[in-house]
Write a protein that binds this ligand. Sequence first.
Ligand code: GLN
Length: 205
Amino acid sequence: RPLIGVLALQGDVREHTAALESGGARTLAVRRVAELADVDGLVIPGGESTTISRLLQTFELLEPLRARLADGMPAYGSCAGMILLAEKVLDGRPDQQQLGGIDMTVRRNAFGRQVDSFEADLDLAGLDSAAGKIHAVFIRAPWVEAVSTGVDVLATVPDTPAAGAAAGRIVAVRQGPVLATAFHPELTGDTRVHRLFVDVVRGRA
Ligand code: GLN
């Protein structure tokens, strides 16, 4: 069983840990460089990207994490985690640090201009669609404004009246072994996204 870390500086660490374990992984809360060195992959939870960025510097994890991502470590970022994995952020704070990993531009708090939170049922490429759509919960979420050619778009916001200006926006992506969603699958009890990530870490997806 792969050992998957959950970055445990801020955010819903417990929910991600439970979803990964039900997906067949062993897990480790990561707060130190030695822990980061041990894991086969890493989940970066939601929370507040500016705070996580600051804590990464305080815990001296920023450069080691950039190095592991550059070296091909699989990673999955949800919401704030998606923001951190982007090469570029719009509406970020000036001192906000990026890890990189996915060659995309995200807009922070993009849905927040309309509503603070928003839910939608969407199709996510690569998941077992026989189990139905994914219920996506967006909480002051980013969306993806632009992706480079190496990035696969896994999901967009469906065109419904509730979606308004968010319709068609990209909300799940993958570049090689790095996945990101603007929403929080760890909050719904549907572990398909985490299972997909466990398969990526195992080299099976
Ligand atoms: N708005 C937060 C940020 O900018 C993300 C919110 C979340 O992770 N639920 O990082």
